[in-house]
Design a protein around this ligand. Structure first.
Ligand SMILES: [Zn+2]
Length: 170
């Protein structure tokens, strides 16, 4: 992630697909906010959001996309330090986002997994949940993953190139 990063064609294709597909749920491990910048409104962010600061003392949160931040390190009104609102290694996933993601995957007919090496648990576990529920699983990744042999369709390539072809306009 870098300052001023722009959504790619994959982010944009997903945001447009969301608009015309009521049953569509976007679950992301990205923390860069590019799905939102592309127009996605209902993304479930399993690993939080780098642009949301959370107070380590009182838990207050605020979103700030200014680069560089006006104050380093940032402080809360209560005087406490603010940390990035992302899930660090070893921390629990946000409970509500995780539950909604699990339910959506359990009930889905097709799970499209794009741009992940599928080795980060418990997020990768969602692939198992989908398969148990009888969903078709389409994987899009540059390299083979532990799931490539088992999914319904496995496609090699960049999400930004393949997703616009899988989810064409209209
Ligand atoms: Zn505070």
């Amino acid at each position: 992630m870098c300052a001023g990063a722009q959504p790619n064609a994959g982010h944009i294709a997903l945001a447009r697909f969301e608009k015309r597909t009521p049953g569509f749920t976007l679950v992301t491990q990205n923390v860069d906010g590019l799905h939102e910048r592309a127009g996605s409104r209902r993304a479930l962010r399993l690993h939080g959001d780098i642009w949301t600061l959370r107070c380590v003392e009182c838990g207050a949160a605020r979103r700030d996309e200014r680069v560089p931040p006006p104050e380093l390190p940032p402080h809360c009104r209560c005087g406490g330090l603010m940390r990035p609102g992302v899930v660090w290694f070893g921390e629990a996933l946000p409970e509500q986002a995780w539950q909604e993601a699990e339910r959506a995957v359990r009930e889905c007919e097709v799970l499209l997994v794009a741009g992940t090496s599928a080795v980060v648990y418990p997020a990768a576990w969602l692939i198992d949940v989908a398969r148990e529920g009888g969903a078709a699983v389409i994987e899009v990744n540059l390299e083979e993953t532990p799931y490539s042999e088992d999914v319904t369709i496995s496609l090699r390539g960049r999400a930004g190139v393949i997703l616009p072809k899988l989810l064409p306009e209209g």
